[in-house]
Design a binder for this molecule. Sequence first.
Ligand SMILES: O=P(O)(O)OP(=O)(O)OP(=O)(O)OC[C@H]1O[C@@H](n2cnc3c(O)ncnc32)[C@H](O)[C@@H]1O
Length: 190
Amino acid sequence: MRLVIVGSQNPAKVRPVQDVFGQLQPQAVVVGRDVPSGVPDQPLGEEETRWGAVNRAWAALKLAEAEQSADAWGIGLEGGVRLNADGNGWLFGMVAVAHSGKLETVRTAEMRLPPPVLARVQGGEELGSVMDDLLGTVDVKRGVGSVGVLTGGLADRADVWRMGLALALAPFLNAELYGSEQQTRPLSML
Ligand SMILES: O=P(O)(O)OP(=O)(O)OP(=O)(O)OC[C@H]1O[C@@H](n2cnc3c(O)ncnc32)[C@H](O)[C@@H]1O
């Protein structure tokens, strides 16, 4: 049995992973579990956000391997905000896939944040709370996300994760083509 553990219980993250792995293998079991991200609640910058995703993916893989080792996968999804040199702030995500001692990370598409939102995030607030406060939403980060609200529903947070995860899976789906180019890091390095 394929067991996929997502390092989060946020439905906006678990659902897209269920969609993608369900397409690959309808019998796959995909569940969310809380694991430490090892980074602040609101990661800033690409590296910090990547580490959050990687930490979550390895921790999730360990849980999956502990339950059954035949076909275990760990998925880490981490949302982050980064600043441009021109002062603009961008919302993006990092996807990490860990399987069989191998790791792949991919950065998702991104969206420019409204300046008043960015100012509050730079002041130390979490993006989700700022969005809820400004838009009158409730726990938007667990639903359509900022992406869903700010695009008027043209795309939502789950769409972005689905696409990022599909791209991160490419090396696992084409191991012969990627060969040793696939990112492989021993757990001890992380
Ligand atoms: O339960 P976990 O897995 O921690 O899910 P999360 O949504 O709280 O955590 P993330 O690591 O994905 O995102 C970090 C923060 O960025 C914010 N965030 C990211 N994407 C968002 C979105 O689309 N809408 C609202 N807030 C978002 C939110 O405040 C998060 O606490």
